[in-house]
Design a protein around this ligand. Structure first.
Ligand SMILES: NC(=O)c1ccc[n+]([C@@H]2O[C@H](COP(=O)([O-])OP(=O)(O)OC[C@H]3O[C@@H](n4cnc5c(N)ncnc54)[C@H](OP(=O)(O)O)[C@@H]3O)[C@@H](O)[C@H]2O)c1
Length: 351
């Protein structure tokens, strides 16, 4: 197994560290993106053991959630710069506490939105992004994926769409992690009716289990939505796909509707609708990024992390982990997402 000595954000550079021969060189295993490329670039490596800095805790990772953003960081259409360890969310146990952390102790089972470095045996993380796990979720793979898609869904509905009761909504990518969280979050908030679109009959069957008022095949969705709404169209559309899907979506919006864009999975050029068209029908075109939102309103976003944990613990929202793979099989997890074969969430089991 290759030893990678320089992974930014992951401890000291071993090559430069003083090493008398008597010291124990502390290493852990991790999946590293050494360079942008296909899933095969992911490499199971030994890396420096991270240490918790001020305000951080060290977590021994039990499970790491796999997200679309990890795929983007690997491919090169995200913000990540190799060499890097992907992964933004984990569950595990606190094994170290940095200076200034008062409310988390060693031995506490936690879930965390780490922001990076999570496909690893150990990760250091800002303690404000770490929540103690209720006993019922400890050891459950879903514990690693509570703070990602569901808080995004809650904020997409409340902050980005400012959705009102009785507004009709449409969710593209209805069988995915965010899609299945969005329809359930809408039910919790008393919003809807909610429709969804998917790319295949198998995904349609999967999505239908989540309480949509209608799930439609992507082909011909504008006509299907007009048929389902008596020709009016929908008030709010959530679109993580972009390209042709987004361009057609404007035709499915009712007057005064809003199109919320929060991803561009298609990799097609970003859609920029003419302002005059938006004005003519009173349409809104609103962007959302959970990562950026936490920079603007940290405490408000932190409250949605706590809310999401309570919703999952109480069973009011189900986040289904459809595959659990080993850490060394991270490339397979990426293949499943990129080939659009995945539904629900994929989690890596680390220990
Ligand atoms: N802005 C934010 O805060 C935020 C937060 C989380 C996620 N996201 C974005 O939201 C999107 C969905 O995330 P997720 O966690 O729900 O991912 P996911 O579970 O992998 O779902 C992605 C969905 O996108 C659809 N899709 C369309 N074109 C695709 C393509 N070329 N490759 C792969 N999937 C494609 C797939 O549905 P069909 O096959 O039915 O089209 C799939 O269900 C991603 O674009 C992600 O970057 C944004």
């Amino acid at each position: 197994m290759r030893l990678i000595t320089q992974v930014p954000g992951n401890g000291t550079q071993l090559a430069d560290a003083p090493h008398s021969g008597h010291e124990k060189v502390r290493i852990v295993r991790a999946m590293v993106i050494p360079a942008h490329g296909p899933p095969e670039v992911l490499e199971y490596c030994e890396v420096p053991d991270p240490a918790p800095g001020p305000g951080e805790v060290l977590i021994r990772v039990a499970f790491a959630g796999v997200n679309f953003t990890d795929v983007r960081n690997r491919r090169g259409d995200g913000l990540g710069i190799p060499p890097m360890i992907p992964g933004i969310e984990v569950a595990g146990v606190v094994t170290g506490v940095g200076p200034g952390v008062a409310d988390l102790a060693e031995g506490t089972a936690v879930t965390a939105l780490t922001g990076g470095h999570s496909y690893a045996e150990m990760v250091a993380c800002d303690a404000r992004r770490v929540l103690p796990l209720p006993p019922g979720l400890v050891g459950d793979p879903v514990s690693a994926t509570v703070m990602g898609v569901l808080p995004s869904a809650l904020n997409l509905l409340r902050v980005a769409a400012r959705a009102r009761p009785d507004e009709t909504m449409l969710i593209h990518g209805a069988s995915g992690g965010v899609g299945t969280a969005l329809v359930q979050a809408a039910a919790v908030l008393g919003l809807g009716p909610v429709h969804g679109t998917v790319s295949s009959p198998a995904k349609l069957q999967y999505a239908e289990r989540y309480g949509f008022d209608g799930v439609h095949l992507r082909d011909g969705f504008v006509e299907s939505l007009h048929a389902a709404t008596g020709g009016r169209g929908v008030d709010v559309i959530f679109d993580p796909i972009g390209g042709e899907v987004r361009a057609h979506s404007f035709a499915a919006l009712a007057p005064l509707g809003r199109l919320i864009h929060f991803g561009n999975a298609s990799l097609e050029p970003e859609v920029v609708p003419p302002a005059v068209d938006l004005r003519a029908r009173g349409l809104g075109y609103v962007g959302y990024s959970g990562g950026q939102h936490a920079l603007f309103e940290f405490e408000a976003v932190r409250r949605t992390w706590i809310e999401a944990l309570e919703l999952v613990e109480s069973g009011r929202v189900t986040i289904e982990v459809t595959r659990v793979l080993g850490l060394a099989d991270a490339a397979e997890a990426h293949r499943l997402i990129e080939s659009r074969s995945a539904v629900g969430k994929i989690v890596l089991a680390v220990d």
